[in-house]
Write a protein that binds this ligand. Sequence first.
Ligand SMILES: [Zn+2]
Length: 448
Amino acid sequence: MPGPSVTFLGGVREIGGNKILIEDGPERILFDFGPSFSPRYDEFYLNYLKPRSTSPVKDLLEFDLIPRVPGLYSREALHGADLKHEAPKIDAVFLTHAHFDHAGYLEFIDPDIPVYLGADTKVLLEAIEGSGTNGYGQHPWKLLSPDAPVELGNLEVVPHPVDHSIPGAYAYLVRTSSGTVAYTGDFRKHGPRAELTERFLERTAKEQPEVLITEGTRLGPDPRKNFTEQTVRSEVDSLLERTTDLVLGTCYPRDIDRITTLYEAAQTAGRSFVVSLKTAFLLTAVAGQPGFPPVPVPGQSPDLLVYGRPKRRYYHWEEPFLSGAVDADYVRSNGKRLFLMLEMMHFPELIDLRPPKGSPFVYSMSEPFSEEDLEAEVLQNWLDHFELRKHSLHASGHCSETELLAIAHHLKPTTTYPIHTEHPDEFHPKGTLVVSPKLGVPYPIGTP
Ligand SMILES: [Zn+2]
């Protein structure tokens, strides 16, 4: 029997798309299973040009955009594909967190394969499914307890909570028959739950890992400012203080920490915070759930309003928030007392909102990685047309390159694999051998 190994089936030279296979004897487990947003994906699929829902795996395999793993996919997802359905050959999937690039392809996985995840991540997946954004399929869901090891034959998986831009993120220590693999998932050291990351790193150092699989989102050229959540808060505070007009903003729809930060800033400034129907649904779904920080709750928290975007038909899940929702007329007349969140896909609302010229627009998301980002260009066109002033105020969900260098140096694994990065070759920590992994190649763990 060959010794334990790790194979990267995604997340190689790309940000997102993590799919990591760890094998030890007969045991085979996967960590994360998200779609790739690599340039290669964009060569064939774009916006509404998507794989067909009737034959998703076939349409992705055509361009090698999903791994050809026997005994992984459901019969339904494999419809039409030349990869035939087989009884599961994967023992389990472990999810690090609920972001789409880590969890988005769970729906293709055989419904007999158990999926391990944090209770809070499960709540988030249900909330995302509940608002019709994505589906994750039916699986035997296994809820993890922080630090409680899960034994699967030769492998023992220990989940450790870490800080990331979504609650409920886990990193994993995977004990194999030739040493421990530490997998960071996505993580940061400067968010509201930074002490969780510190704790994970302390435990990992004690474990003297053989292998470190680290995310490297911010490796290489990183022109963005490294704000903490507190810096975002104080910058927004001062912006609100010096503004008398309507304030607009946008952030990642699932960044619950940021939504809460901006809400609190609005409250301090004596403004009401106005969220979309989708955000209202998400906040209601996670409010009071174990593991979640306190969040503003529509209909309960003061100074919180919901923007009822006009639609021909509302979804069932939107209906509870429509009574009392405000419209463009309300925002136009009360702009001085409001901080309105507006997702880019709802920008046509600006045509009715007619914000006063020069109104600030808080862009609370990461700046695009490339200068030819079409979305960034369109966003700027809208801001220019309405003469809105963009203020980029964001705390990243990811560790900086300097932090990652210090982490790898401190943990001193024999081998480090940077993934979830476009620049794996630019990572040179001291005291560890860095290997920029190749897609689909099994790398042995430890010395056999
Ligand atoms: Zn993430």
